[in-house]
Design a protein around this ligand. Structure first.
Ligand code: AMP
Length: 221
């Protein structure tokens, strides 16, 4: 299995799809947002900086992201591929990632662009709740994405919370950061012939089916 990069606007459902695919293909789900949320809990100048950036909807500095990511990619469970969720967020990160890949002797893999319009993404964001312990994502307004028991994680039974950056105002800032910094990656990866577009619908199983169809149809993956 080759590695998969998910590119999408905020709240497009990439965390949910990445989780389901990782379970299906038994490869790790690497979310830079989750790595940062963990790092933000450390009482330090760096932890406080990360928390401030995330809560305001702005991106975190590239050097911190690249350090956390490289540390994660050299772990043994990444040997058979992995899913990157939330990285790269800009062209500079994409270029630095290719240097890391060269250094650790891994291939780029494929890039899935999960398409969704701004209004639907904003709606999804308003229903999103996450497990702060295992990172599972649920949605209280989407059938099939609700937890079995209201407010409790299906997997580890911890209490679900709303993300600190999931409010309408911060969403608008994150969406603008996406348009300005992340969207240019679509053309960047299109030029490398590794980009595939998938429509993110309200039904997560239908979206998963479309991605699985794409992956199954490509024997080299
Ligand atoms: P996410 O969980 O992917 O929605 O990311 C939540 C927040 O974490 C973003 O709004 C950024 O503040 C930060 N973040 C996550 N991934 C990156 C990245 N690759 N580069 C910079 N900031 C990031």
């Amino acid at each position: 299995m080759k590695s998969i990069i998910f590119i999408a606007p905020p709240a497009a459902g990439k965390g949910t799809q990445a989780n389901m695919l990782c379970e299906k293909y038994q490869i790790p789900h690497i979310s830079t947002g989750d790595l940062l949320r963990r790092e933000a809990l450390v009482e330090s100048e760096r932890g406080n900086y990360i928390k401030k950036q995330m809560n305001s909807g702005a991106l975190v500095k590239d050097d911190i992201i690249l350090e956390l990511l490289e540390e994660r990619l050299v772990q043994r469970d990444c040997n058979n591929g992995y899913i990157l969720d939330g990285f790269p967020r800009n062209i500079e990160q994409a270029i630095a990632y290719e240097s890391i890949l060269k250094k650790i002797n891994k291939e780029l893999g494929i890039v899935i662009f999960l398409e969704i319009d701004k209004e639907s993404a904003c709606q999804r964001m308003q229903g999103r709740v996450i497990c702060p312990v295992c990172g599972c994502v649920y949605n209280t307004i989407i059938d099939g994405a609700k937890p079995k028991q209201n407010g409790i994680c299906d997997h580890c039974e911890n209490r679900l919370v709303k993300r600190a950056d999931d409010d309408v105002k911060t969403f608008a800032i994150r969406y603008d950061a996406y348009l300005e910094k992340t969207q240019p990656l679509i053309e960047y990866y299109e030029n490398k012939n590794v980009l595939y577009r998938i429509q993110s619908g309200m039904n997560k199983n239908e979206t998963l089916k479309a991605i699985s169809f794409l992956l199954n149809g490509r024997s080299e993956l």
